[in-house]
Design a protein around this ligand. Structure first.
Ligand SMILES: NC(=O)c1ccc[n+]([C@@H]2O[C@H](COP(=O)([O-])OP(=O)(O)OC[C@H]3O[C@@H](n4cnc5c(N)ncnc54)[C@H](OP(=O)(O)O)[C@@H]3O)[C@@H](O)[C@H]2O)c1
Length: 294
């Protein structure tokens, strides 16, 4: 991944994720300084060659760039907010999970203290860190330095999303929306089929095929959404809505949960009532793009 392994790195926060991040830097050969509120969590990393800084301030001074990964933004601000903590000139990459407003506010806060701030999100479990499966998103004003990029490569597949520091958090939740929607759809189908004695393992390959086929539609649907024009080239929303009725009725008839099918149908009904029944499915973006206010 990376051959620039001599860049000194600091990792602040050694919970499950922070330990994995520091471990990956060490493994890639980076001189790695660590700090954690509970110092004993650094023991294993120190045994592997990390240096334990005595204070957060010392930890910040040690690396060319600092990764912070703690529970939440409040913990981050408690740690770095003290007046005696100098952030001037620091490259600070915050991989703590949070929302886009927290990311943008924290970027402004860090800028006022002279730090180069990037906000990130980790879409991986700790054991995947350091492998290509670990997706690390980050965003914020781009740095001139290429060093931080080659250094971050030690953590996994690292993607820069743009200058808005809120983007990494937004992509994070957008990805989670995708994940839970696919999983919930699969569970709905599984619940239906189990009433006829079909087990989950039998249904899984079929569900996978459907999910992969639907994923192929996304670029075309994205074109419609981005152009704001939704001609029903394949099927109208009204045609979809009639099939949604079957899903609701079948779920109720066989005695499985019908909440998700009803929600899907209710959104389509609202769009049809607004005059979009003759357009194609992605016209529903207009329902998704606003809060429900009835
Ligand atoms: N674990 C995952 O699978 C995963 C996946 C993606 C993203 N993340 C994100 O990564 C971040 C860390 O998660 P984690 O799994 O490492 O959590 P964790 O194991 O619970 O560790 C939390 C870390 O935050 C520190 N901390 C909490 N409050 C603090 C405070 N007020 N002052 C100083 N330090 C404080 C803890 O220090 P002490 O050790 O002293 O308590 C510890 O280092 C979270 O934002 C999480 O959403 C985690």
């Amino acid at each position: 991944m990376n051959n620039k392994t001599d860049t000194p790195v600091t990792v602040i926060g050694l919970g499950r994720m922070g330990q994995a991040l520091a471990g990956a830097f060490l493994k890639a050969g980076h001189p790695t300084t660590v700090w954690n509120r509970t110092a004993s969590k650094a023991d294993q990393l120190v045994a592997e060659g990390a240096r334990l800084a005595p204070t957060v301030g010392d930890a910040l001074k040690a690396g060319s760039l600092t990764i912070i990964c703690v529970t939440d933004y409040q913990a981050m601000h408690e740690l770095l907010g003290a007046s005696d903590i100098a952030l001037d000139g620091t490259i600070l990459i915050n991989l703590t999970s949070g929302d886009s407003a927290q990311a943008r506010d924290t970027a402004q806060w860090a800028k006022e203290r002279g730090a180069h701030y990037l906000d990130g999100a980790i879409m991986a479990i700790p054991s995947a860190i350091g492998t290509a499966e670990a997706v690390i998103l980050h965003s914020g004003p781009q740095l001139d330095s290429e060093v931080y990029k080659s250094t971050l490569d030690a953590l996994g597949t690292v993607t820069y999303l743009g200058a808005d520091p809120g983007l990494a958090s937004l992509y994070d939740v957008a990805g989670l929306a995708m994940m839970w929607s696919v999983l919930n759809a699969w569970l709905q189908g599984t619940a239906l089929l189990r009433t006829a004695g079909v087990d989950a393992a039998t249904y899984a390959p079929f569900a996978r095929q459907i999910a992969a086929g639907v994923a192929e539609w996304l670029p075309g649907h994205a074109e419609q959404i981005d152009s704001g024009s939704f001609p029903a080239e394949v099927a109208s929303l009204e045609t979809h809505a009639r099939s949604m009725d079957h899903l609701v009725e079948e779920s109720e008839a066989v005695g499985v949960n019908a909440e998700l099918p009803k929600l899907i149908k209710a959104m389509a009904d609202r769009s049809i009532a607004a005059g979009h029944g003759g357009e194609q499915y992605p016209v529903l973006i207009e329902e998704f793009g606003k809060p429900r206010n009835d």
